[in-house]
Design a protein around this ligand. Structure first.
Ligand SMILES: Nc1ncnc2c1ncn2[C@@H]1O[C@H](COP(=O)(O)OP(=O)(O)OP(=O)(O)O)[C@@H](O)[C@H]1O
Ligand SMILES: [Mg+2]
Length: 282
């Protein structure tokens, strides 16, 4: 583990994070903090760099800048070591094993990876899974009754919660969620928001990426707004909702076509609480 750095109540402290793909700075000197047991949103147009930020924080892509979790500097650690240190993430595409039950999906996620596990297998084969932690994770998102069912038997809203439970099964300090509300109807999104508050209630930090403004502005304590890899605003949901630069860059898309992004992904309508818009990007 890296050097300890005093950071008070801050759980995640990302400093000047930069990710380059060729000549493109997908994430550009981004600094972001998630307090202990805080629910923080990260929003922005298609191609703004949200997923790349999650990739960088969790160690899936190389980056400049520093990543500190709970006072430990993880900057130079690979993804599996960051996971051991307390990071968990979900993916924009719902990556569940359809031929495993909900419980089995979470058990698989809770297995401890890494060299020590491999070495232990050699002398004492068997899985090192904290089954209690898996049931705890299912309980946090309200899925205990669905443990024996297969993902495709469940509505999308519950499948999304299985992905959150999988992330929680390793008992992380911080979960990074990439568009958990994509495809959900407003009722499912509301339930998801309540479950995320429950996660935070268990002392776990959450960084929530989503285009569902009802969810983000309705549940987060604080929100960061990205555009072209840079933080253009941060503040409380109320501050963000009324920030002209955010309305220009993102929220204004609700009522018209969005800006063209470098990769040509189609910008979609953004759901803002109270405007009746229900669309969101895939
Ligand atoms: N592996 C990669 N190689 C090259 N460029 C990439 C790669 N991954 C992402 N990018 C580019 O980085 C920029 C940010 O992409 P990213 O996927 O992080 O956006 P996003 O904010 O998550 O968008 P969305 O809302 O559509 O999910 C885009 O210009 C994208 O094309
Ligand atoms: Mg993305």
């Amino acid at each position: 583990m890296g050097e300890a750095v005093a950071s008070g109540n801050v759980l995640l402290d990302a400093r000047e994070l930069t990710v380059r793909f060729g000549g493109v700075r997908a994430v550009d000197a981004l600094s972001l903090q998630v307090p202990a047991a805080g629910l923080v949103g990260l929003i922005g147009p298609n191609g703004a760099g949200k997923t790349t930020t999650i990739d960088a924080l969790s160690g899936f892509v190389p980056h400049d800048g520093r990543v500190l979790l709970d006072g430990a500097d993880l900057t130079h650690l690979p993804a599996h070591a960051r996971a051991s240190a307390g990071f968990a993430r979900t993916f924009q595409s719902l990556e569940l094993f359809d031929d495993l039950t909900v419980l089995e999906n979470c058990l698989v996620a809770a297995e401890q990876p890494g060299f020590l596990a491999t070495a232990a297998d050699a002398v004492r084969p068997g899985r090192r899974v904290d089954v209690d932690a898996v049931w705890w994770a299912l309980g946090v998102v309200g899925l205990e009754a669905e443990a024996g069912r297969y993902p495709l038997e469940l509505p999308l809203g519950l499948r999304k919660l299985v992905a959150v439970a999988r992330a929680l099964a390793g008992q992380p300090k911080l979960v990074l969620l990439d568009e958990p509300a994509a495809g959900l109807d407003s009722g499912e999104s509301l339930v998801l928001g309540q479950r995320l508050r429950d996660v935070v209630g268990h002392g776990i930090g959450v960084l929530l990426v989503d285009h569902d403004m009802g969810l983000v502005l309705g549940t987060c304590d604080r929100v960061y707004v990205l555009d072209f890899g840079r933080v253009i605003a941060s503040g409380t949901p109320l501050e963000i909702r009324n920030d002209p630069s955010v309305i220009d860059a993102y929220l204004g898309q609700t009522h018209g076509p969005g800006p063209t992004r470098p990769v040509g992904r189609s910008p979609g309508p953004v759901a803002v609480p109270g405007d009746g818009a229900g669309g969101r990007t895939p």
